[in-house]
Ligand binder design. Structure first.
Ligand SMILES: [Zn+2]
Length: 531
């Protein structure tokens, strides 16, 4: 798919001012950065043995029960059927000096509190440092119940606001959160215990038929999210896509495939009907079928897909039925990952340095005006009449107003994890794809995988362009879910690039070189033989 205009329209002068302002606000917010390089490599004398690369994979089931809430919207929906299991899948990489864990979870998002609790428990159980663990949600819209309120955030709120949250919004199920906590820890501890000497290779596949930018430029000068196929007021896509399918394949020393890590940018909204891992489940099925390994671990880490879904607003054709759509998106990405594995496996090797950098700071939330809050209260108190959408967003304004009183700033973490020549650069946003492309461009690593919705959840983080005069749409609405200040996306990108570039990419695994030339093939070095 051709991409739209690039969304980097910040004049150089204001850009450098912005950088300075960000740096200052970060320092003020924290009194300095929290920066760690956990399990820092010890100085290795020249005679030290070559480090041994090890890898382990494991998965655990986190399928919710029927009747539990199905999060993904601003109201309450309940699971009524089962389609395919939801799982947490973990990979642990170890270069003999330090270990990192990549955890992909079939969940709409993961809260900061749950991230911290599970990381602490993992560190206690198997010694992988908390800061070296990346937990990324797949953004499955057909997964288990998780609510976005962090502990204590609404404790002081009015009875009205508490009612709006607990009875009119998606909330966590305490039993299910217990299950998540247990299974995330168990998956990582098992992956760590499964470590064996291994080799790995990496590559990019290309898939441009299943994911589309859902924001479209309209004739009135604004950008709408999902204006609808056939809408005569559409001018074109308002932003790009990222067709790269990032793949890491890991084999033991006898060439048995141990597991795969896949990174791609597309909302997991091909809900096939019922509880489901969403299209990453179909992707896993495809990879397992192609490799004849019915239990192959496939760790999926969602790319920057804040504005990317399977829906093409410029299509001329009817959309597929839900089940078929699940297969098309997951199947094509899985097939592309398999093609990539076939291409790279001969080059797999064990010379893969592992490393990590991260930074934690606070970003202020945007504030609704007092007039907007007053008006929202009127709308909510009047009850839902003809305009349920207006009521829902009024409810969101009141929730945000209450959250601002408890926690006007949000703790965010950007993490860069290196596996050889790959760097995974994560942040907690539903992140616009342009920023993912920016991170790929700014990183000096040959393989950069942006990972969104990782180690916390801060809602949609659009580009500054999307907040400008030609912006707008769904993702720029101010809600209790999406409310970071306008520069948040750029802060994430710049920090991610900076952290990635503090590390040195490992060599790209390649097949053995061709033997030196000796002589041409004697059957094939003759002029045409006409008689
Ligand atoms: Zn989303």
């Amino acid at each position: 798919m051709k991409t739209g205009p690039t969304l980097l329209a910040i004049p150089a002068a204001s850009y450098s001012f912005f950088r300075a302002a960000v740096a200052l606000s970060l320092v003020l917010a924290l009194g300095g950065f929290s920066l760690h390089a956990a399990e820092a490599p010890k100085a290795s004398p020249a005679a030290a043995p070559r480090p041994i690369f090890k890898a382990g994979f494991a998965e655990r089931d986190i399928t919710p029960d029927l009747g539990m809430e199905e999060p993904g919207g601003y109201g309450k929906v309940y699971h009524r059927a089962f389609h395919d299991p939801c799982k947490v899948r973990a990979a642990v990489f170890d270069d003999g000096r330090q270990r990192v864990a990549l955890v992909g979870i079939d969940l709409l998002f993961i809260t900061r509190a749950l991230t911290k609790e599970t990381r602490a428990e993992i560190e206690k159980r198997c010694g992988i440092p908390a800061g070296s663990i990346l937990i990324g949600a797949s953004h499955s819209h057909s997964s288990g119940p998780i609510g976005m309120i962090e502990p204590g955030e609404l404790d002081q709120a009015s009875p009205l606001v508490q009612d709006l949250y607990f009875n009119k919004s998606t909330v966590s199920n305490p039993g299910y959160i217990q299950l998540l906590r247990r299974q995330i820890v168990e998956a990582v501890v098992a992956a760590d215990a499964n470590r064996v000497e291994a080799k790995a290779a990496m590559g990019f596949g290309h898939e441009d038929q299943v994911a589309f930018n859902r924001r479209l430029r309209m004739k009135n000068g604004l950008s709408y999210s999902h204006p609808g196929a056939g809408n005569p007021d559409i001018i074109g896509y308002a932003g790009p896509v990222d067709p790269q399918v990032g793949v890491i394949g890991v084999w033991d020393l006898r060439n048995n495939l141990l597991g795969v890590v896949v990174n791609f940018s597309c909302h997991a909204t091909t809900s096939p009907g019922g509880i489901s891992a969403n299209w990453p489940g179909a992707m896993e099925q495809t990879l397992r079928g192609a490799t004849h390994q019915p239990a192959l671990p496939v760790v999926f880490l969602q790319g920057a897909c804040g504005d990317i879904t399977q829906v093409d607003n410029l299509t001329k054709f009817q959309n597929p039925a839900p089940e078929e759509w699940w297969q098309i998106v997951g199947g094509r990405i899985g097939a592309e990952a398999y093609k990539t594995l076939l291409l790279i496996r001969r080059g797999a090797n064990s010379d893969l340095p592992v490393n990590v950098r991260s930074r934690i700071w606070n970003i202020p939330r945007r504030r609704p005006t007092p007039e907007k809050v007053d008006r929202a209260l009127e709308i909510v108190q009047a009850g839902v009449r003809d305009n349920a959408t207006e009521w829902t967003f009024a409810k969101e304004t009141l929730l945000l107003d209450a959250m601002l009183k408890a926690r006007p700033e949000v703790e965010v973490e950007v993490q860069a994890i290196q596996v050889g020549p790959v760097v995974l650069v994560s942040n907690p946003a539903e992140y616009f794809v342009q920023y993912g492309l920016d991170i790929k461009k700014g990183s000096k690593f040959p393989f950069t995988f942006p990972v969104e919705l990782a180690n916390g959840s801060t809602g949609y983080v659009p580009t500054e362009e999307a907040f400008g005069p030609n912006g707008g749409g769904y993702e720029t609405r101010l809600t209790s879910y999406s409310n970071l200040e306008l520069s948040a996306g750029r802060q994430f990108a710049e920090t991610g690039i900076e952290l990635a570039n503090q590390m040195t990419p490992g060599p790209i695994p390649q097949p053995p070189p061709a033997p030196p030339f000796r002589a041409p093939w004697l059957y094939g070095n003759q002029p045409p033989e006409l008689k």
